[in-house]
Design a protein. Structure first.
Length: 184
């Protein structure tokens, strides 16, 4: 299911205040608020597996979040808050309590209902973050990671076996570790 618009236009402050007491997470796009839908078991396991590997292996200066930390994308024209499945910020100045503005790595686990949003709309906005070095899309129904790396143009590499280099955080992760206990 696509996220559903649930509120009239809200200010950023109203949105952030509402998220503190809401039982449902919402994404925010220029004053419009969209309820987040639940995830499958496989989606949750992949997210947990990847976040766990990153958290264990990255230095303490890096913070790894899964699902509940927002990324804010703010430009002269736009103000957007997304909840990526996994995000990593190693910037010591990026310590806002309820969101991050300078992640180096963002991961979205694809589902049939959100793939188009993750692949196109979110990537269009995430890549406006100067700090973002890699954007990773993880398939949940088969073993595949697409890693988009910032160069002069964003370059995509697909991985279906073996090891995936995550250059933004200077480590490698195996597909076996990412898909552990998922049946994939």
């Amino acid at each position: 299911m696509q996220p559903k618009r649930v509120e009239p236009f809200l200010s950023v402050d109203e949105y952030l205040e509402g998220e503190l007491s809401s039982e449902v997470r919402h994404e925010y796009v220029d004053g419009e608020v969209y309820a987040m839908v639940g995830a499958s078991d496989r989606h949750g396991l992949i997210t947990l597996n990847l976040a766990g590997v990153l958290s264990r292996r990255l230095p303490d200066r890096c913070q790894v979040f899964m699902a509940d930390m927002k990324v804010r994308i703010q430009t002269a024209e736009r103000d957007i808050f997304y909840y990526p499945d996994v995000l990593v910020s190693c910037d010591p100045a990026d310590r806002e309590r309820y969101y991050r503005e300078r992640p180096g790595l963002v991961v979205e686990v694809l589902s049939p209902h959100t793939e188009r949003l993750d692949r196109f709309e979110k990537f269009l906005f995430y890549r406006q973050l100067d700090s973002l070095a890699e954007y990773v899309l993880v398939a949940q129904d088969f073993r595949q990671l697409e890693v988009y790396r910032r160069t002069e143009q964003w370059q995509a590499t697909k991985y279906t076996e073996g090891t995936v280099p995550l250059r933004s955080v200077d480590l490698e992760v195996t597909l076996d570790a990412i898909y552990r206990r998922t049946g994939r």
